[in-house]
Write a protein of this length. Structure first.
Length: 166
């Protein structure tokens, strides 16, 4: 998928979010650091433009909530942290670039439990590659991309890339 396909997928996901939630009322978009930040910002911007109403966006860094830190090293590139507004009574849409084992999403649930009590938590991902280790299912998917465990999926602004033999 190239940049035009990514843009169309983000636009489609944005419209699906609005339809499922009957508009932008009480929505908060949270991009999971690091991969979900850019996509989350694009979705929040689309929602704001479509509805002519600012949709809050924040960044959620769940690295301290991961249960597999001893298995692999997690490093984040630099980004500007955006304050997350109160989640009480809100409809939270978590956004990530690639859904793989589900452990990052599981960690985000643990983090959110300390940040308030949202009415609902939904998950939007650009790529669902399978291989779950926990029972997680996305609500919004840009592209289903079956892979082997040896492959790596990278989402950038100019497209989705698959690397073999990693």
């Amino acid at each position: 998928m190239e940049s035009d396909g990514l843009r169309r997928a983000v636009t489609r996901i944005s419209h699906e979010i609005l339809e499922r939630n009957d508009g932008p009322k009480d929505l908060i978009i949270l991009g999971l650091a690091n991969g979900g930040i850019s996509i989350g910002q694009q979705i929040a911007s689309n929602l704001s433009q479509i509805e002519n109403l600012e949709v809050p966006f924040g960044v959620l860094d769940v690295s301290s909530y991961r249960d597999d830190l001893n298995v692999k090293e997690i490093s984040f590139i630099g980004y500007e942290v955006i304050a997350v507004p109160s989640l009480d009574g809100k409809k939270v849409v978590l956004v990530d670039d690639v859904l793989y084992t589900g452990r990052t999403v599981k960690a985000s649930f643990n983090a959110l439990s300390e940040m308030g009590r949202p009415n609902s938590i939904q998950l939007a991902v650009m790529v669902d590659r399978g291989h779950r280790e926990v029972p997680i299912r996305p609500d919004y998917v840009g592209k289903n991309l079956p892979t082997s465990k040896a492959e790596k999926v990278v989402v950038r602004d100019d497209g989705i890339y698959l690397a073999k033999g990693l």
